[in-house]
Write a protein that binds this ligand. Structure first.
Ligand code: NAP
Ligand code: GFB
Length: 315
């Protein structure tokens, strides 16, 4: 069996490469093909077709996407919609054309309805409009679920999707303007410490998030690829009880980086969604013994990675 992983040189893709590299059984049992945009632009059907015709995978783990934090989504909602729609339609179409047995694609907990009850679960994806801050990305991701249902009812294909919560880890995008909060805080703390300046956190710090370590997510994605047989999506997240505030995240990052200067909360900047608390009951019923990395250790390890790889990190 040949597993094609799109978006392999992003944060989650690197985590999957690291998990596979450290698992002799996974390496021996399957052929792994890790591709990036250098292998072809998946927005382009000609290039996407060439990739699938060349590799003819039996399984696809589809990570490639235009991805960004709150502030990037606020600026580029149309681009997030169009680019991800193109990528996702091509990947699923050429998987189908090449008789791929299974495709695992990625949604996100930010795509759920903004007006909802909590905790959110997998049955609620289409129950209302997403938060306005990232409607483009959210609708494009929801269309993966629509496409998966279409390939099932019309062609009997077993394509599914996972719904990760906010992810962080090595090889993240540490670009302060366009990245997510945890890598943004790490980069800003690094610079503030180096320059002897205060750390400026955007927003009030009150919003709540569940964060999952990229290496934990990678293990769960590999498990889904070989063991989860439903078309319906599955949330891959820590428990609602492990939800923390942005302020908590700031404290863990500044502690990990031994930052002693002043911390300012710039409340002129958007808070985005206040919360998107997601249930992980479906996952826990299937994998009751899965152990998530404690978040303070995961944040410390990621801070250490960032400082050690500052010159080459995406920023
Ligand atoms: P990432 O670090 O930005 O990686 C995404 C990868 O997709 C990049 O390596 C990029 O390749 C590739 N890509 C983008 N556009 C492409 C195109 N047109 N053709 C081919 N490749 C393209 O993102 P990530 O955080 O690992 O996210 C991986 C998946 O998880 C995504 O589907 C994302 O939506 C989902 N997800 C992420 C989070 C999160 O908090 N990060 C949360 C929920 C879901 P290059 O580097 O070569 O440009
Ligand atoms: O990870 P993030 O950008 O995206 O987190 P979301 C935004 C929250 O962190 C807001 C606060 O409450 C911000 O005010 N924040 C504080 C910061 N300092 C910073 C900073 O330096 N950088 C950033 N980025 N935020 C995204 C969606 O929502 O979730 C995406 O827009 C994606 O589509 C992602 O799905 C997983 O969690 O708000």
């Amino acid at each position: 069996m040949k597993i094609l992983v799109t978006g392999s040189f992003g944060m989650v893709g690197h985590a999957i490469q690291m998990v596979v590299e450290n698992d002799e059984k996974l390496k021996a049992k399957y052929e792994w093909v890790f591709i990036s945009s250098k292998d072809g632009d998946l927005k382009d059907p000609v290039q996407a077709k060439a990739i699938f015709d060349k590799h003819k995978p039996s399984h696809v783990i589809h990570l490639a996407a235009r991805v960004g934090g709150l502030f990037s989504n606020l600026r580029y909602n149309l681009d997030f919609f169009r680019e991800n729609m193109a990528i996702n339609d091509n990947v699923l179409n050429f998987s189908f054309q090449n008789n791929v047995q299974k495709v695992v694609s990625c949604l996100s907990t930010c795509i759920f309805p903004d007006k909802t009850s909590y905790p959110i679960d997998e049955t609620m994806i289409h129950n209302g409009p997403p938060h306005v801050s990232n409607f483009g990305y959210a609708y494009a991701k929801r269309m993966i679920d629509v496409l998966n249902q279409g390939y099932k009812v019309q062609h009997g294909k077993n394509y599914t999707s996972i719904i990760p919560t906010n992810v962080f880890g090595p090889h993240d995008n540490f670009d302060i303007q366009n990245g997510h909060v945890i890598p943004g805080l790490m980069h800003k703390t690094y610079l503030a410490k180096k320059n002897g300046e205060p750390l400026t956190v955007w927003g009030s710090g009150e919003p709540l998030r569940q964060f999952i370590y990229s290496l934990d997510l990678a293990k769960l994605i590999i498990w889904v690829t070989f063991n989860y047989e439903q078309t319906e999506p599955i949330i891959l997240s820590v428990s609602p009880k492990d939800e923390i505030s942005i302020k908590d995240a700031v404290n863990m990052v500044t502690k990990s980086m031994d930052f002693q200067n002043k911390i300012i909360f710039d409340t002129s900047k958007s808070d985005g969604q206040y919360k998107k608390t997601a249930s992980n009951l479906k996952l826990m019923k299937l994998l009751p013994d899965f152990q998530f990395t404690p978040i303070d250790k995961a944040i410390k390890d990621t801070c250490d990675w960032f400082v050690q790889n500052y010159e080459t990190a995406r920023k």
